[in-house]
Design a binder for this molecule. Structure first.
Ligand SMILES: *Cc1c(COP(=O)(O)O)cnc(C)c1O
Length: 353
């Protein structure tokens, strides 16, 4: 090994879901929204003045921060925005988890948490979810250097009520608790309601799922002004201009159309509830999802074989070849037409088994 090679940071990167190319494929593998963003976003994009691109963007992303503050009835000083919630979460790990005590997050959860903890050399422990994939609150009632969990959790889709989040906060007055609400708009209860009482709470949300803008990369955190100030100090020590001008404009635009947002999330929830009934009829078992995906297994069918058979027919779902997960498929909720084709395949597949 060359001397300089010893100085290279070694990390095992996060592996995102496949982005296959092609026209007719059915993509139910990365929890994207099957519907387009609000129509105002398309209009704003067409009217965008490219001359403005000459200048650096507003590093504070003021138009977007102010629109988010109005949307969530908080002060602008309580909002931090980033390039997707992955960027926001990475900044939050760097800013808040500097203890010698372990950061705690569930064994089955968003697999990026482990990657950031390794990258930033944060000690961590991953208490096991119970048999039903529920977070056991007792595991988080001990000394720790911080807590993070998604609510609803991924890839299970299980949501915990606000009373659970509050108990977590009550048990951990000396830790920063981050609730990752990437899927909250599909049926979860947001912890934003607890922000006034808990200064150590940070809520993270994204435009990638419920607002159909994964490609534009907008995420944000809401918390007490002191937490947001700390996040901004770290961000400005790293890269001031993370968020480009079009993202700031299009994000603010998306927030104007509440009716569209509610209608499209409602449509996905209804499709999900119908999908649960169909899956049950076909013999699948799954935790009761409050997200835009269902994490399902079939007692008589190999998940890996089914995954490959679906892929052959250009139907993509997510398969995790991992302990506790390898019997399951994570199926993103698509349009009704896409789900119809997915179920037609499943019926034929199970009939010839
Ligand atoms: C999708 C997802 C994110 C990241 O989404 P961004 O596209 O980076 O905003 C964060 N947490 C969870 C649990 C997710 O599923």
């Amino acid at each position: 090994m060359k001397i300089w090679e010893k100085n290279i940071r070694k990390v095992v990167p996060y592996v995102p879901g496949e982005q296959p190319k092609g026209e007719k494929l059915i993509k139910l593998n990365t929890n994207e929204n099957p519907y387009p963003p609000a129509p105002g976003v398309q209009r704003a994009l067409q009217e965008m003045d490219c001359d403005a691109f000459r200048k650096y963007p507003d590093p504070a992303a003021t138009i977007l921060v102010e629109a988010l503050a109005r949307e969530h009835s908080v002060k602008p000083e309580q909002i931090f925005v980033g390039v997707g919630s992955d960027d926001v979460l990475a900044m939050a790990f760097l800013t808040f988890f500097n203890s010698d005590k372990p950061l705690l997050f569930p064994d089955v959860t968003y697999s990026f948490y482990k990657v950031w903890a390794d990258l930033f050399q944060i000690p961590y422990e991953t208490p096991k979810l119970d048999e039903e994939f529920r977070i056991r609150i007792e595991d988080y009632q001990r000394e720790n250097g911080g807590i993070i969990f998604p609510n609803p959790n991924a890839p299970t889709g299980l949501a915990e009520p606000l009373s659970f989040v509050e108990e977590m906060l009550k048990s951990n007055p000396d830790s920063i608790v981050i609730v990752d609400e990437a899927y909250v708009d599909f049926g979860g209860e947001s912890a934003i309601a607890l922000l006034e009482q808990y200064e150590n709470l940070l809520v993270v949300q994204t435009f990638s799922k419920s607002r159909s803008m994964a490609g534009i990369r907008i995420g944000y955190a809401i918390g007490s002004p002191s937490l947001i100030r700390a996040l901004n100090d770290v961000k400005y020590s790293y890269n001031s201009y993370t968020m480009n001008l079009p993202s700031q404009i299009l994000g603010a635009e998306a927030l104007k159309d509440r009716a569209y947002f509610e209608a499209s999330t409602h449509k996905i929830i209804q499709t999900r509830e119908r999908a649960k009934l169909r899956l049950k009829e076909l013999g699948f078992v799954f935790p009761d999802s409050s997200a835009n995906f269902i994490f399902a297994r079939h007692p008589q069918v190999s998940a890996e074989e089914l995954f490959l058979a679906l892929k052959e027919k250009q139907i993509y779902v997510r398969y995790f070849k991992q302990e506790r997960l390898s019997e399951y498929l994570r199926i993103t909720i698509g349009t009704d037409e896409e789900m119809e084709q997915f179920f037609a395949f499943l019926e034929a597949y199970l009939a010839q088994k």
